[in-house]
Every structure is written in structure tokens, then in C-alpha cells.
Design a protein around this ligand. Structure first.
Ligand code: NPG
Length: 362
């Protein structure tokens, strides 16, 4: 297919409640959308980067520059583009995986809409629903955390992930576990601990957690191997895994037992599918991570998570978890603890152009 134009649309979407995380508090989700016009259907993509580089080196403005000045020109200059050929087309640009993933999404959406196929069908998925899981940000006290978890449990969420760091961990997890003895519970440290904290982390083993996510720095695979050796609770990596190669390396070193797969972080859905297939062959449990996506990437992630290798519940919640006013026309809703896999062409959601106009930055 030929790409006629690439439009970059920065948005600021207010969050339903502030999100307290490593490195601060978010009141809004700044997000960059990509809209392409082709000789077939239009396509839409979404960049996972946040407004500041607190989670990964990329951020909205860096992605905007890379997309505008580096990636989009490669795309519009090519005489024939396929989503599966983009990693080669984008090879002159090192890194910037979230920016690349946003453009890949738009091309994939356009391809599938042109063919009238859904993303789930393209992936070869057979499930019609996936379980809904929720991530809960830091709360001021264990009791506030228990209240927040109670709300999500009542809304039907099948598993809950808590953020943890030194000083906001043992008593917070304990309070939730005491109140919800049977809840499927996991924790995410976003690299908040160090190699000296192994003894402290070992105390997490008493809470019946399904996993501990990214306890140490993203680059410290050797340290993670030591944590995995010491703890009975499975270790999952997030920030450390940026490609199939890094997944292979982490597994080879014994740095993790479980993979959190985020398409934006690994450069797109094609690489995500390769990682999925590699993990399935080796029986490595996978789940789909979340980046406070709008309904667009959320819909795509739900389809991805319907593949058989996703044996654990992901950070996949309804639109109302984060946004009062999402940018898709039909919100994504949790029904009986599950989310429906979209069946429409492309990612299967329609963009609300008025909402996009309303929230557009600049
Ligand atoms: O459900 O979309 C969601 C959010 C899940 O916690 C979540 N994402 O580290 O996995 C993470 C995390 C995150 C949130 C990272 C905000 C960075 C910023």
C-alpha cells in the first residue's frame, strides 16, 4: 500500500483519578495519535510514550520529532508499504520503539481495514473475550488501598496489581491480602528496589502473589537473576524487555519466569507476536501490560491478549478505569470480569473525531 500522508495528533486526556506512580503523579494522559491516509483505508495508531521520560527514554515530544522528521518521511517515500516490512524500512533509525510502534499500528489498521479483516482474525486468535485486570496506583494508606481494591473487585476485575516501593509495600500488600484472601494479586515495583533489598523482597513470598514485576533497574538482569533465585514468587520483567532478543537474554540468564508484553515497548505488534510465539514454544507465561492507553490501543491489546500464550490476566481494563471521555465512540466495558475481543475491521473501534478535536494539544 502507498501512504499519502501522516498526521500527528497530540492529545491531553484528563484522568478520572490522579495516577500515582514511580516518579510522580499524572493528572492527565498526554498521548500522541497517528493518522495516515493511504491508497486504501485510513489507519490510526497510538504512541505509548508519556509526557515525560519517567518510565522509558521516550516521551511524547521525542516521539513527535522522530515520527515527523525520521519515520514518516521514510514511510511516505516508499512506493509500497506493508506493516510486516516496517522494521526493515525503519532500520536506519535506532531505538525509538514506541514511535515506531505507533506508526506500525496505523499501517496495520489501514491494511486490515482495506481487507475488511479484524486484528484478532489476522493474529489467528479464537477467543471472543479476555479476563479484565486492573493496576492500582499508590494510595496514601493501606486502608485507602483496600478501599480502592474493593471498588475494582466489585466491578468484576479478575486480578489486581499493586504498585510497590520501599515504605509502601509490606503493610499495603498485607492489608489487601487480609481483606481479599482469594484475590489473584500481583505487585509491580517499576525498578524501585536494589540488589541490597533481596532479604526485604523475600518477605513478599508470604503474600501468595502470582508474581513480582520489575523489582530492580531495567538494565540489571544479573540482579534479577539473583532475586529469582532467592524468591519463591515468580519474577516478571517489564521495562527490561524491549525486543525478542532481550526476552531471550533475560530468560537465558534466569532473570525472569514470566513476561509482561507491551507492544509499544517492543516496537510494535509484529515484534509482540514474535515474542508471543517464542514464549509459547517454551511454555513461558505471558500477560499483556498496559500504558493507560486510550480505547484505540486498548482494543488492539485486547485482541493481542486473546492469543493462546497469554495465560495470565493482563493490565486490561475498561475505558472508564482511566477516562471519562475516551476518544472512541463506544467505550470498552468490563462485563462479568471480561472484555470482548473487537470483531470490526482493523482494530475494530471508531475514533470520536469531536473528542479528538476537543482534547487536541496545539
Ligand atoms: O492498566 O494501563 C494500565 C496501567 C498499567 O501499571 C500500569 N502500567 O509499569 O506497567 C507499568 C505501568 C505504568 C503506568 C507505567 C504508568 C508507566 C506509567
Amino acid at each position: 500500500m502507498r501512504i499519502h500522508s501522516v498526521e500527528l495528533i497530540p492529545l491531553r486526556l484528563p484522568l478520572v483519578t490522579p495516577w500515582h506512580t514511580i516518579g510522580g503523579e499524572l493528572n492527565d494522559r498526554d498521548v500522541l495519535l497517528v493518522h495516515i491516509e493511504t491508497d486504501g483505508a485510513d489507519g490510526w495508531g497510538e504512541c505509548a510514550a508519556f509526557s515525560t521520560p519517567f518510565y522509558s527514554p521516550e516521551f511524547v515530544e521525542s516521539a513527535l520529532i522522530v515520527l515527523r522528521d525520521r519515520l514518516a518521511p521514510l514511510l511516505t517515500a516508499a512506493s509500497a508499504v506493508t506493516s510486516s516490512g516496517l522494521s526493515e524500512l525503519f532500520a536506519p533509525v535506532a531505538g525509538h520503539r514506541m514511535a515506531k510502534s505507533a506508526l506500525e499500528m496505523a499501517v496495520l489498521d489501514a491494511e486490515l481495514r482495506t481487507e475488511g479483516r479484524s486484528f484478532a482474525e489476522f493474529l489467528g486468535s479464537e477467543r471472543t473475550v479476555v479476563p479484565a485486570g486492573v493496576a492500582v496506583g499508590f494510595q496514601d494508606s493501606p486502608s485507602a488501598l483496600v478501599d480502592a481494591v474493593a471498588g475494582y473487585a466489585a466491578a468484576g476485575y479478575r486480578r489486581v496489581k499493586l504498585k510497590v516501593e520501599q515504605g509502601r509495600d509490606l503493610d499495603h500488600i498485607e492489608a489487601v491480602r487480609e481483606q481479599f484472601p482469594a484475590l489473584s494479586l500481583q505487585v509491580d515495583a517499576n525498578g524501585a528496589y536494589g540488589r541490597d533489598d533481596l532479604g526485604h523482597l523475600a518477605r513478599f513470598d508470604g503474600f501468595g502473589l502470582s508474581l513480582i514485576e520489575q523489582p530492580l533497574d531495567a538494565e540489571d538482569l544479573v540482579g534479577h537473576a539473583a532475586v529469582a533465585e532467592r524468591l519463591a514468587t515468580p519474577i516478571c520483567l517489564d521495562e527490561s524487555l524491549v525486543s525478542l532478543h532481550s526476552v531471550e537474554t533475560a530468560l537465558a540468564l534466569g532473570a525472569c519466569d514470566v513476561v509482561n508484553l507491551k507492544p509499544g515497548r517492543v516496537g510494535g505488534y509484529h515484534e509482540a507476536k514474535r515474542i508471543h510465539d517464542w514464549c509459547v514454544e517454551r511454555s513461558i507465561p505471558l500477560w499483556c501490560g498496559g500504558m493507560l492507553e486510550t480505547g484505540l490501543a486498548r482494543a488492539a491489546n485486547i485482541a493481542l491478549a486473546s492469543l493462546p500464550g497469554f495465560t495470565l490476566t493482563g493490565d486490561l481494563s475498561g475505558s472508564d478505569r482511566f477516562f471519562r471521555d475516551d476518544i472512541i465512540t463506544e467505550p470498552i466495558t468490563v462485563v462479568n470480569g471480561e472484555l470482548a475481543v473487537p470483531t470490526g475491521a482493523g482494530f475494530g473501534v471508531e475514533l470520536d473525531l469531536d473528542a479528538i478535536k476537543h482534547h487536541r494539544l496545539g
